[in-house]
Design a protein around this ligand. Sequence first.
Ligand code: PLP
Length: 625
Amino acid sequence: TTYYGLKNWGGRHFSADDAGFLQVHPLGDHRSIRIHDIVTEAIGKGYKPPLTIRIQDLLRTRVVELNQLFDEAIQDESYGGKYRGVFPIKVNQLREVVEEIRDAGKAFHYGLECGSKPELMIALAMHKDPESLIICNGYKDDEFIRLALFGRKLGKEIYLVVEQLSEVPRIIQISKKLGIKPLIGLRVKLSTMGEGKWASSSGEDAKFGLTSPEIIDATRRIKRAGLTDSLRLVHFHIGSQVPNIQTIKKATVEAARFYCELKKMGFPMELLDVGGGLGIDYDGSRSNYESSMNYTMREYARDVVYNVKTVCADADVEVPDLVTESGRAIVAPHSILVTEVCDRISKKSVPPKKTAASKKQNPVLRDLNAILENEHGSSPLERFHDSQQKREEANNLFNLGYLDLRERAQADAIYWKICEELSNLSKNGSYTPEELESLPAMMADQYVCNFSVFQSLIDHWACDQLFPIAPLQRLNEEPEVDATLVDITCDSEGKVSKFTDVEDVRQTLKLHDLKPKEAYYLGVFLVGAYQDIMGDLHNLFGRVNEVHVFLEDDEEDGFYIEDSIRGFAVSDVLGFTQYDGHILTRRMKKQIDRATKDDEIKPREGTRMLDEYAEFLRGHTYLAT
Ligand code: PLP
């Protein structure tokens, strides 16, 4: 199990049992569920991988943890305000996810954040607890503002956070027209830059937030409109997945300064919203690498509380209630993507064939063989260079017609054999010249997995975001194959060739040899944030099947699948591109009828073809392995 860094990224929630199965501990204690069992049960219900498994209790655990840690920090620091967190719907909008979070957060009056009109419409309808907040970020048109004000009318504590100066006069005008007093927050553009992959949400060039002159302007307009009483919140967000706690401390201090100044200007300030950014330790290295974080949730809570308290004490200003908009940290762990390995592509599978004694060997093959046998006692790097030269020569000879296909195949096979040898040398841990470093990755086998990177792991493709990946079974067997993963899209970008590792990013993942007739499942972990919604339909591979899993109350290792959501059918994705399944079927029928009439196919055969066509339209978009 050391291969998959389970102990590092798995924390209290993922481990391997003695039989080599990966298990999840939704409550972070001894209770566990074998993920392989969930897959088996899902298949039994007709939900085959690729499959998203949502561990609903784990979602709950994270909500409770965040709230408790803030409450603890507040107590320990004798902080005079409360914690009033909100969940940003954008990070995972699925109804069952939002409902679970809302219910888990009920005892803490945990609220919701929205960044667009559709999200606000979700928030308004799903929000129940009048003591919890709704925070509205994002660009706002008049309809957005009206909707938020309707929320005020319904007694909700709903804040319009100004992202752009132009929103101020519109909020004033619409609230006057409707006769509803708004609650207003200002998003400040901090000089503290974020850090990590999503740092561009902050700093001078960020597309959101008000600069300090704009803040002065906004406050003047708000005052002039007689809405002094409405401005109560300061907000900032320096980007998601902040790896370094120092960045968070600095940003909190700067935002707290804005808060204090606004309070001193006479606004009845009461909330400081520190946005999102609380990270997930994807590689388990507990470092300030992009895919990691050098702090814990506890440290985060303490630092926010402590720094706000200190700044306010210095300014002699009463402390605000604290809001966080942590999304990733709440939802990433609960979701697991399961894919089945359906094929293996290996450069090593074809051993170089010896030429028949009777046939004269082409000199280029002789030379390649000599490099393979290292007849000249050359260094690894020299052999690599020589073999590259000879392979190019062989390709040229083939193109000019001096080498036949069999000989070309021999040249390729010998070349790969040389690379394999050199790659093994560089894996031994001895000094490896730079040019040979990429050989292990080049020589790795490709495990073909039944899923689409573009649908299910879009951040891996788009921003090199790393996710931990591990087999769901055989963790008590030593894996021996160096592999990379490729998906089933017709796109060479549809691959995973960067893996989490505590020390460095790895280019290959150690996997087990595939056994005939035994499914080999891989789990991609910590994928509950953003991936679900941002995926696209490249090659028309649609949403995957999904099951929602709960712990059984009275059984140690029991679980049940409460909900299952079928992935997109072929007809669904065709619909998105303006095809109608019925029309396509009719067109097929016309062609089949014609072929039957012309005696090209038998009527029975034609009917069967049409039935199958219609059935596949209702079927899944992924490989029916
Ligand atoms: N708040 C705002 C304004 C955001 O833009 C985002 C996402 O980037 C979040 C909260 C959620 O951030 P995270 O997922 O890092 O907690």
